[in-house]
Design a protein around this ligand. Sequence first.
Ligand code: MN
Ligand code: MN
Length: 471
Amino acid sequence: MAKKKNTDSKELFAEFPNLYKVSSDDDIDTCMEFAEDYKAFLNVSKTEREFVITSVEAAESIGFVDIDTKENLEAGDKVYTSIRGKGLALAVIGKKPAINGFNILGAHIDSPRLDLKPNPIYEDEETCYFKTHYYGGIKKYQWTTIPLAIHGVVFTKDGKKHEIVVGEKEDDPIFYITDLLPHLGGDQMKRNASEFISGEDLNVIIGGRPISKEDTKNAYKANILKFLNDNYGIKEKDFVSGEIEIVSAMKARDVGFDRAFIAAYGHDDKVCAYPALMALFDQEKPNKTCVVLLTDKEEIGSYANSGAQSVLYENFMMEIFAKQSGEAFNLLSYRKCIANSKMLSADVSNAYDPKYASVSDARNSAYMSHGIKLEKYVGSRGKSGTNEANGDFVAEITRIFEENSVLWQTGELGKVDAGGGGTISAYMAKHGMEVIDCGVPVWSMHAPYEVISKMDLYCTYLAYKCFIENI
Ligand code: MN
Ligand code: MN
């Protein structure tokens, strides 16, 4: 018979404490400082294109170079490739041979928003509007009566790229979607919340002055077209090639007297992309090659050549494999390298919200400020569509987190059959690597202004760093 161990019964229980409760004042100060850098980065990286530009600048400043400029890769080399300007793949080459596999962090840098339709400008009753088509899962009514900014690019026939950002500077105008006054909203308020603002009603006010005092047709639209042509050199037809996104004009700001939380546009998923990037930037000569994949189009299914399902991300890893191993490329060897690879699918998830407790199982929820959330599976209705992480991999992750004092918690997105969601993990797991979802818990996820905890942000950075250094 096995010898009975003297275990304190308290040790048998799973505990996931609030990090503000169990951290030293110095550690909390470090979290607060990290949050300041994150807010500054986020404020200039609201769209996927901007996030790529900011990240490449930051990467180049510490020695990263385009992978095309390298014939061979050696330990300590830092490389990146832009995925059509809307996604980014970066790596720091490790000391071990590539066949041992890569340590990968994958996050997405697109966020829910309103995109312009290809023929967006119209005039109605002396007001000029942009017509939009929403991108990702949104509650449409949340986008009315808030300050909006326009971010994007338009390509003219000569191939020139025109960048437009309006609504971010203090003295910039903002853009706006009206709602009905409550005095006349009786009928509207009786409708379902999903119906009281329709997709076709998400029209953004962009002007209200005529081009001249004369009674000319389309005078208000003409005035806007003239403004756009004078300032950006574009004509109405050029919007067909445009990628213009309407996002919240609000800056990232602390929430609460004690500044425990941050509200911002686009935490999903830049609040995981940023710490992933910072964890990679800490690497000089890691044991295994460390890779960060920042993908586009996650909010609409990871399609397109910039989404996680695109082979362009795989091409990057293939190129690293080939250039690091220095031998003639062998597909089977590459596939074995990927099968030996391990990945954290770095994405946000729901944080338990006591106001909306009915959608969550309180025993299987992540809580604000309790650390990075490990999610063994996502999906919906009987785990449909999920990548489920293998138990031995989950045990390996929790072991290295605990050995390195990284506090983690676990949970599902919500109650069984209450809904569900997906991430990029399934698309990566299909190549054979071990993958688990883990990231920062969020309140008001997918709203134009979402909330996260500063402790969870920093804890997530520590977890990603711990993973790529120790797995
Ligand atoms: Mn996400
Ligand atoms: Mn999302």
